[in-house]
Every structure is written in C-alpha cells, then in structure tokens.
Design a protein around this ligand. Structure first.
Ligand code: GUN
Ligand code: ZN
Length: 433
C-alpha cells in the first residue's frame, strides 16, 4: 500500500458556473491511499490511521496538488516528428509533412522507437490515458499497444483506415483495412488496459467501400470506440462534400454509414451547420476541441458555447502533431484564448473538469478513471503551481484555488508535473532525463 499526502482535488460533476463549489471535492491536508493499483481511500490525512498501521509507504507531496491523471482524447502517435512543421492550411500540411512522416511506420523498428518516446512524453506531461490514431500499418498498432502495456497505461487506439487521396505507401484497401482492424481487435482489445478504436481517418481518405467496411466493423463490435475527423477546415469540408455529393453535409456522411454514437470521438467540429450539431446531440457523439491544433493550422475557432447549449458532448484534446504541445495545461490555455476570441468564457474549474472527469465521461471511461475515489484505477498526477521562478512569484499573490488553477493552466507545462502515477506506480520520476 502507498499513501500520497498533499492537497487533493477531484471533480464530482460538471461545473455550472464560477460559484459552483459543489462540483469538486478539495482536501487541504488530504490523502490518497492506493492498494493493488486502485484507490482504496480518499480523505483527510488524519483518517489514514489504518493504512499507516498496515505499514503503507508514505509519499509526501505537500504542498502540491494531487488530481486524477489527465486524459487526451485525440492525438496522433506517428506525428511526433511533425510537430511545428511550417505549412499553410490543413490539406497542405497533411500532404507535405504528415503523409510523408507516417509512411515510415511500416518499419516495426521505427514504430517501436517512436512509441516508446510517445509514452515518455505523455507521462512527462501528466497524461495517463489517450485516444490515439496509429498509422495505416498494423506494425504501428502493435508498437503502440506493446509500449502502453509495458507501462500498464489505459489507452485507446487503432490503425487508421485510408484508401485514397494519400500516397500509395499510406493506403490500404477496403478489405485489408477491414482485415487488419479485425486482427488488431482480436490481438489487443481487452488485453490488459488496451481498447481498440475503429479509426477511419476522415471521409476524404476513405472510399464509399471503405466507409461501408467501417460500418460493418462498428456493427460487429458495437462496444468499440470510433474515432475520426470532421469539419476542421473550409477546403476540407468542400472536398468531402464533392467526394460524397449525395450525403447532404459532412456529418451526414458518417451518419449514413452509422458511425455516430456515444462512443464516437469526432476531432475538430469547427464549422458545423445547425443540422449537423443537432445530429451530434441526438446521437450523443462527442465533439473534440483541439485548440492548439486549430490555432496552429489556422483551421478556425471552435464554437464551444453553441455546441454546449445544443447539448453536444464536448471533450478537449491536443491533436499532436497538428497540435503543438503534449501538455493538457497548454491545451486548455489555448482553449481559453479561442473562447475569449469568440466572446465566451472558460472557467478554471471547467478547464480542469475537462482534463479529468469531463474527458473520462466523453470517452465513457468514468467508471474507471477521471476522479480520485475509492475503487477507481490509481492514475494520478501531482502538480506544482510554483514550478518556475515566474510561477512561484505569481503564487505569492494567488489567494484562491480557482486562481491557482488558472495560473497552472496559463503558465504551466511539463515542468508543473511533479509526478505521474499509473495504476499507483510513479512513472515520471523513473523516466530517463
Ligand atoms: N484530418 C485527417 N487527418 C488529420 C490529421 O492527422 N490531423 C489533423 N489535424 N486533421 C486531420
Ligand atoms: Zn487529428
């Protein structure tokens, strides 16, 4: 058994405004007791007597904040060496850099090397669960889940299916995409903490035949996540509608192939029509807000309030390598700025709700992760609000938890992550420098 001592913060519900202090539990001198990878007890330090008597190891993280591990619901593992590629808009960026880089993942050696570095980065930045796109190659899926397994991390991932509008080295066929996906599911889904996701990259890189195959997979495996992209960029939307002229609109393509639903994660959702938002709300599909990516590629400003008011479920994610940082803190900082530009407000409690319970709910994983509660899997992050000299100085004038969270979001990055625990094991401090 292990006891983490520190300031404990965990969400209970979605914040309903700045004055909603019932949406979280905060314990100033708190303790998280961990046994066999799970949380056994969360409470006041003074309540830890039994665990102490049983000889539990004490890790004193005071004065740091202890929270549930961060969750990133949209990231591309083969794009580590694409981050910060100088390009114009989305399709140019994909063709010039991304589709070139992803071809290297047919090589198992390259896939394994990058997968290892990828999980190191997640851990360094406090991310304990992600939904990731692998490349088109089954080798990349094996590398991804093998590395996740080594670290015992709860990961969602899948091979992208793509059979057109990409270089030949990056194209499968409707049949091979189907077969490789099915083999990946058999090999990985449910093995340890692995979850396979059916992953048609986006309508532009899939023929009708491939979309029908994705539909068949979704019917055969109704419990699996589905991940894809929609409505990121105006030229992309035009091209998708040209390729699928009889589908009404972009969301209509996924709708007609029955790919929408509560386990569908739709990256971007920036330029949606009224009808499209209604369909997302009705199907309980998740719109994934990727602010660093949307600003970097110049795709547009996600309309959070509009989607939220219409009842669309929202998650927030990095979208590395379109996104420019692995840090979920940096992500929410940019998300805040996107909303400012739209005249909307993202409160600090809502930001940190998204990073933890909100994203766990969006991924239908909130029965296992996203909060600090007895019975949950012990994926935990420890945050230092004074991680840099500038943050330390600013902390002198911070006089509320809300302000502290906002400082962490505005100025924090991997330096603010003191430790990352996965199933109760400290992983960040064990990374090679
Ligand atoms: N749309 C289809 N593929 C991608 C991708 O890799 N990144 C982004 N940002 N958008 C996409
Ligand atoms: Zn993406």
């Amino acid at each position: 058994m292990r006891i983490l001592r520190g300031r404990v913060l965990s969400f209970i519900s979605e914040p309903q405004g700045r004055d909603d202090h019932a949406c979280y539990r905060y314990i100033e001198d708190g303790a998280v007791v961990i046994g066999d990878g799970r949380i056994v007890m969360v409470g006041e330090w003074s309540e830890c007597g039994a665990a102490l008597e049983a000889g539990a190891e004490i890790v004193d993280h005071r004065p740091h904040l202890i929270m549930a591990g961060f969750i990133d619901p949209h990231i591309h593992f083969p794009q580590m060496q694409v981050i910060g590629a100088y390009a114009g808009e989305l399709l140019e960026w994909l063709n010039t850099y991304t589709f070139v880089e992803e071809q290297k993942f047919h090589d198992p050696g390259h896939s394994t090397r990058i997968a290892s570095r990828f999980f190191d980065e997640l851990i360094r930045h406090g991310t304990t669960t992600a939904a990731a796109y692998c490349s088109v190659h089954p080798e990349s899926v094996d590398a991804f889940f093998s590395e996740a397994e080594k670290r015992n991390m709860l990961m969602v991932g899948g091979k992208v299916m793509m059979d057109r509008n990409a270089p030949p080295g990056l194209c499968d066929t409707p049949q091979s995409g189907y077969d490789d996906t099915k083999a990946g599911i058999a090999r990985w889904h449910g093995k340890g903490r692995a979850h396979y996701a059916i992953t048609p990259r986006f309508a532009i890189t899939s023929t009708h035949e491939q979309m029908a195959m994705a539909e068949a997979l979704a019917r055969e495996f109704p419990d699996l996540h589905i991940q894809t992209h929609v409505s990121e960029n105006l030229r992309e939307i035009e091209f998708a509608n040209e390729l699928y002229p009889n589908y009404g609109d972009y969301v209509g393509i996924y709708e007609k192939f029955h790919l929408l639903g509560p386990k569908t994660l739709l990256g971007h959702c920036i330029h949606l029509s009224h009808r499209e938002t209604e369909v997302l709300a009705e199907t309980r599909s998740v719109a994934v807000f990727c602010p660093t990516s949307n600003l970097f590629i110049g795709s547009g400003l996600f309309d959070y309030e509009r989607l939220h008011q219409r009842g669309v479920r929202i998650a927030s994610a990095t979208d590395v390598g379109g996104g420019s940082s692995y840090s979920m803190l940096r992500t929410m900082d940019e998300g805040y700025k996107v909303m400012q530009l739209r005249g909307q407000r993202l409160t600090p409690f809502r930001s940190f709700y998204h990073l933890t319970l909100g994203n766990a709910r969006a991924m239908s994983l909130d029965d296992r992760i996203g909060t600090l509660e007895a019975g949950k899997e012990a994926d935990i992050v420890v945050l230092d609000s004074g991680a840099t000299p500038q943050m330390k100085l600013r902390m002198e004038t911070v006089d509320s938890l809300e302000q502290e969270l906002f400082l962490l979001q505005t100025c924090g990055d991997d330096r603010a992550i003191v430790e990352t625990y996965v199933m109760g094991e400290p992983l960040k401090s064990k990374l090679a420098a």
